[in-house]
Design a protein around this ligand. Structure first.
Ligand code: FAD
Length: 467
């Protein structure tokens, strides 16, 4: 096993697959590293192994991934599955963990295509067994055909709750209700962006189709929902929520043992931060993202970022940005000229621009209100690993520790096994709300390797990975 490559691609989703396929076709020595058992990333999870009937019910958008995987497999790029990246530094040295053994590999160029994660939003009862992310539930369906058995409630903001409900409908899984939590005012903010969104392809018609199919299938969708709460003693027993009926606030309860929540996706920035890449606050996506140019280049020489990791753009945009970054890698390694890069990248640049046309509409429509970004109930757990509540964080800020990193040192939130992935956004929003400053004023949690759990024994055996 070689330990040095011209190009290492981190992530085998649409962005990484297209980057690697293009790079290999240009003669590069490429390795793709991904912690999953098979290529596809989040949207096309397990697409090459899914039985045909399951692939059919997941829809045409899912099946599209099979062609990307086939092209990738034929490209000659090396593929290391079950490989977790636990560090990346500015010298493009990558810490990997594969079948329990740690090692370091070196690359002349690195393309980070590690995608997005579901935005963690703490709300009362979110840690009860029976409550899980809708995307995680979708992974169970894609990889193993596992679904909730007693009627589920799907709640949140974004296109994914509708998609999961639609896929469940096709799989004959009972969905008791879809609760849409985006405020009604979002619609008015989104309307001005509608003409550009309509030109960007069939994104909106798909949303409409899912809604109509759910209506026909008898799945109720409730709009303008607030105050979501998961209730139960040791596990979820009911979901309560508020809504406005003719100007009068009402509270409703649905009995269920399964609640799937989703509040949009945000870039996974732990690797890009560890590598020292500059990040910027994206106001309309309400998250941090690495700063990249149109070829995916970051400020760190030799490190590029593509796909949802560089800012949420969806699977099609990830494909285009992956190909563009591969062309740039080929140019920087002297395999093609700048003119060839411009010529070969023209189509992708055009498509990328058209594809991004829908984003302002979606971002305005699915903008999270402050009531979700900042947990109002003091008892709500924010850091699940260290069991730190919203009230404790607020108290710590009031005592003078008015910065997310100070809160982290003081309370240990963000120091548990997830290394802040679950609590960092909420801590930053709580601190910002308490100090009455914009969240973009603050430095997010500092990231230090290992960014994924690594045992002392694995670290001690570093570099002894056997062939
Ligand atoms: C849970 C979830 C479900 C989604 N489902 C859909 C859907 O059904 N339809 C849709 O249109 N969009 C969906 N999305 C959005 C979708 O992820 C993207 O639009 C698209 O997949 C982005 O492609 P990408 O190549 O940028 O990244 P991804 O497809 O996310 O691929 C990133 C890959 O990097 C790997 N990776 C990340 N970190 C590491 C690490 N440290 N070590 C090793 N490997 C790592 C991941 O395992 C993954 O395979 C989903 C997002 C999430 C988070």
């Amino acid at each position: 096993m070689s330990k040095s490559y011209q190009l290492a691609v981190i992530g085998a989703g649409p962005g990484g697959l297209c980057a690697a396929t293009t790079a290999a076709s240009l003669g590069m020595d490429v390795v793709v590293l991904d912690e999953q058992a098979s290529p596809g990333g989040q949207i096309y999870r397990a697409v090459a192994n899914t039985p045909p009937d399951r692939a059919a019910l997941l829809g045409a958008d899912y099946q599209r991934g099979a062609a990307l995987v086939t092209a990738f497999r034929a490209s000659g790029a090396k593929y290391w599955s079950n490989t977790t990246i636990w560090s990346l530094n500015s010298h493009r040295q990558i810490g990997i963990l594969r079948y329990g053994q740690a090692d370091l590999i070196q690359a002349e160029r690195v393309i980070i295509a590690s995608g997005a994660m579901e935005r963690p939003v703490p709300f009362p009862g979110w840690t009860l067994p029976g409550v899980m992310n809708a995307g995680a539930a979708q992974i169970l369906l894609k990889t193993s055909g596992v679904v909730p058995s007693n009627g589920t409630v799907i709640a949140g903001i974004g296109p994914l709750p509708l998609l999961v409900a639609w896929q469940y409908l096709r799989a004959r899984v009972s969905v008791k209700a879809v609760l849409e939590l985006s405020p009604g005012t979002n619609l008015w903010r989104a309307v001005p962006h509608l003409p550009k969104a309509l030109r960007a392809g069939n994104y909106l018609s798909r949303g409409l189709k899912y809604t109509l199919d759910l209506n026909r299938g008898g799945v109720p969708i409730y709009y303008g929902i607030s105050s979501l709460q998961a209730e139960g003693k040791n596990h979820l027993q009911a979901v309560t929520y508020g809504w406005n009926h003719l100007g009068f606030p009402r509270k409703e309860t649905i009995t269920t043992d399964s609640l799937l929540v989703h509040f949009g996706v945000i870039p996974r920035t732990n690797l890009t931060r560890a590598a020292g890449c500059a990040h910027i606050w994206n106001r309309s996506q309400q998250c941090w993202r690495p700063q990249v140019d149109r070829w995916g280049n970051t400020n760190v020489p030799g490190i590029a970022v593509v796909g949802d990791n560089a800012g949420i753009g969806g699977a099609r945009s990830a494909e285009h940005s992956g190909r563009l970054a591969a062309l740039e890698a080929a140019r920087s390694l002297g395999l093609i000229s700048s003119q060839q890069r411009a010529r070969q990248g023209k189509n992708d640049l055009n498509w990328l621009e058209k594809d991004q046309g829908v984003r302002p509409f979606l971002e305005a429509l699915y903008r999270l209100p402050n009531s979700l970004l900042v947990p109002t109930d003091d008892e709500t757990l924010v850091c699940r690993c260290e069991e730190i509540s919203a009230g404790q964080i607020r108290q710590t800020v009031r005592e003078g520790h008015g910065d997310p990193n100070q809160v982290k040192f003081f309370l240990r939130c963000g120091m548990g096994p997830c290394q802040g992935r679950q609590c960092a956004p909420a801590v930053a929003h709580i601190v910002a709300a308490e100090t009455k400053r914009p969240v973009s004023d603050y430095t997010p949690f500092r990231v230090r390797p290992p960014i994924r759990t690594l045992s002392i024994a694995q670290l001690a055996n570093l570099g002894r990975l056997e062939d």
